[in-house]
Design a protein around this ligand. Structure first.
Ligand code: FE
Length: 289
């Protein structure tokens, strides 16, 4: 059975971190999270002039994972464990904050100096109680190593960041079953594929317009999918533009979610502990240089 679209949420524009602009469909007034996905931020697209770039300077995380996917531009990150790197278009960084990381995420030195376009996504994936205090972990996958598949008719292309699509499996390891796919759909696309019935799932359209099981979704809309075991995506043949969509979801954890800013735990006491640990430097400090 095709999963129906049971709720449509329109992303809102917000400002995050040091002032960068995001379009955020989740959380929203109508939905706090879709277990186990806590947040979806579309960063930009924004065109910076020289010296105008903004990002998210030093800040902590505990109890979940941040997944950054660049579409345009470059981001540089550094953290309290001495880890540093640069993300370029198509690259993915899957960071398990676990017991605690302090990091900064900024447009690259080059974009800061010369200006340029920045566009990408950051999503937050919750960790189960048994893994909230796990050792921090990074998986950084270059664009060329993200598995891709193309539909038989050549009209749909998918980049598989997590989960499985069109017979292709992701390379990134997730702690619990997660789905993260970027679909690029040409006019006339009609795709049906399996979607595990035990996973929550949603579609975020960030270019063009699609239909899923007969329900239209346009740029900036998040469609929450109901029960079923297949995903159906189409773009009318008469559409003038291709559409781009993220398919996100996972097996729900079914645990209590207590969030305070950059900390997501199961109880209020654990949040208080996270605040104390951060204030006392137990999540580390980014060394200059
Ligand atoms: Fe962060």
């Amino acid at each position: 059975m095709h999963r129906p679209v049971t709720q449509v949420i329109t992303a809102r524009h917000q400002t995050e971190g040091g002032g960068f602009k995001v379009r955020r469909p989740l959380p929203s007034a109508g939905l706090r999270y879709l277990d186990p996905i806590l947040l979806i931020d579309e960063m930009g697209p924004v065109d910076y002039r020289p010296g105008e770039g903004v990002g998210a300077p030093d800040h902590p995380h505990r109890g979940f994972e941040t997944v950054t996917y660049m579409l345009d531009g470059e981001f540089e990150h550094r953290d309290s464990a001495g880890h540093a790197g640069r993300l370029q278009p198509g690259d993915v960084q899957w960071m398990t904050a676990g017991r605690g990381v302090v990091h900064s995420e900024m447009p690259s030195t080059r974009i800061m100096a010369e200006g340029g376009r920045v566009h990408g996504f950051q999503i937050w994936v919750n960790l189960p109680a048994r893994l909230k205090m796990t050792q921090p972990r990074y998986q950084e996958v270059a664009a060329s190593r993200i598995p891709e598949a193309i539909s038989d008719d050549g009209l749909a292309r998918v980049r598989v960041i997590a989960g499985e699509a069109l017979g292709v499996s992701a390379r990134i390891d997730t702690h619990t079953p997660i789905i993260y796919q970027h679909w690029i759909l040409q006019p006339g696309t009609q795709v049906t594929q399996k979607l595990p019935a035990d996973c929550n799932a949603m579609l975020y359209v960030f270019a063009g317009a699609i239909e899923s099981a007969g329900k239209p979704l346009v740029d900036g809309e998040l469609g929450i999918l109901g029960k079923g075991d297949t995903l159906e995506l189409s773009v009318p043949a008469e559409a003038t533009d291709s559409a781009q969509v993220l398919l996100l979801g996972g097996v729900p954890l079914g645990e209590s979610v207590v969030q305070h800013g950059p900390f997501v735990m199961n109880t209020r006491e654990e949040i208080n502990q996270a605040i104390t640990d951060y204030q006392q430097g137990r999540m580390g400090v980014i060394q200059p240089g």
